[in-house]
Design a protein around this ligand. Structure first.
Ligand SMILES: Nc1ncnc2c1ncn2[C@@H]1O[C@H](COP(=O)(O)OP(=O)(O)OP(=O)(O)O)[C@@H](O)[C@H]1O
Length: 326
């Protein structure tokens, strides 16, 4: 097995702060603490070549998991092996096998031109010069870094910086990549570039990827498997369709009418919203077949366009978090 996490637990002791000036003084002399269970018996197994989404609301434990997997944090209990190594014990050899990108932090030297950071990383990872040149050129071309490779990192846009971060994490050609919120704050175009790159890396180079994100478009575009964590516990682990069916079996029909004056109503389906002349209707395919639904509507209304899709994944996930009360 490529990556195994077994009953990982991690808690943090944090000081409680009560609001108000009087309490601030009280806190100086008498600190009260609380224990936060960031991870509570987290287990999963990931095979070589998988691209797994790791999602959950704020504070669920995603970053803590990635930090343990990458050897930055030691769990209080539980086991973890990545390529047969315990990340926090054999850190020096271990990091040669992994690339890590934290969307809100940088591994690049802020004041140096990007290429200088790459060369420092080459030395840190002891990448042979020939391999380095080849990988670097490929990454520069693929991520389109050529025009700013000599620019200091602090002058780059967020999208340019993230593309450099991805390249930096891959200069030593690791077989495993951990990505913590790689598209956070990026503009739409950069998001697409980053997504396409991750997809190719996984499909062509067979790099195993674990991706934490709040962006459901990332998940939909990339992940065949999704692990959901909430309050430190794994809540579900399966395909995107399994996740959908956990929450709702509903599909969505979108009908564009010539005229919405008389509204729309069909037995066995319910109207969610209108956008202009487009009606968004949810239905359960086990109760009414899509063919019946479409023929009923087209016999009753004058329609311009009609199509079926899944309800947006954001809606599914929000419902899931709601149902699981996380
Ligand atoms: N170093 C730390 N000290 C104290 N508490 C921490 C520390 N790191 C994480 N926590 C707490 O542990 C819990 C899990 O945090 P974690 O960062 O893993 O969540 P997350 O799912 O990545 O959230 P987000 O999506 O907001 O980044 C949170 O309640 C967080 O406040």
């Amino acid at each position: 097995m490529h990556i195994v996490a077994e009953d990982l637990c991690k808690s943090f002791k944090v000081s409680k702060r009560s609001p108000g000036i009087a309490n601030a003084f009280k806190n100086v002399f008498h600190r009260e603490y609380e224990i936060i269970n960031a991870l509570d018996k987290v287990s999963f197994e990931i095979e070589e070549g998988e691209l797994v989404g790791y999602i959950g609301p704020n504070g669920a434990g995603k970053s803590t998991t990635v930090k343990i997997l990458s050897g930055i944090l030691t769990p209080d209990s539980g086991n973890c092996q990545v390529l047969g190594k315990v990340p926090w014990k054999e850190r020096v050899q271990y990091v040669e096998n992994i690339g890590v990108v934290f969307g809100q932090r940088t591994q690049l030297w802020w004041d140096l031109p990007v290429i200088d950071s790459f060369e420092l990383l080459r030395d840190i990872y002891r990448v042979p010069q020939n391999d380095y040149e080849k990988t670097k050129d490929e990454l520069i071309e693929r991520l389109n870094l050529g025009s700013f490779i000599n620019t200091p990192v602090r002058q780059l846009s967020l999208g340019q910086k993230m593309r450099c971060e991805l390249a930096a994490s891959l200069l030593h050609s690791p077989p495993i990549l951990f990505l913590d919120e790689p598209t956070i704050g990026l503009d739409a175009v950069s998001k697409i570039v980053v997504r396409e790159f991750i997809k190719e890396l996984n499909q062509e180079k067979k790099v195993t990827v674990i991706l934490t994100t709040h962006d459901m478009d990332d998940i939909e575009a990339l992940c065949s498997r999704v692990i959901v964590i909430g309050k430190g516990k794994i809540l579900s682990d399966g395909s995107l369709n399994q996740l959908r069916s956990m929450v709702s079996k509903e599909r969505r029909l979108i009908v564009e009418l010539e005229n919405r004056e008389f509204g729309i109503s069909v037995e066995g389906a319910h109207l969610i919203k209108w956008e202009g002349n487009r009606a968004f209707i949810n239905f359960n395919p086990q109760t009414i077949s899509p063919a019946n639904l479409i023929s009923t509507i087209s016999n009753t209304y004058e329609i311009k366009d009609i199509f079926i899709e899944n309800p947006p994944i954001e809606e599914t996930i929000a419902n899931l978090y709601g149902e699981l009360k996380i």
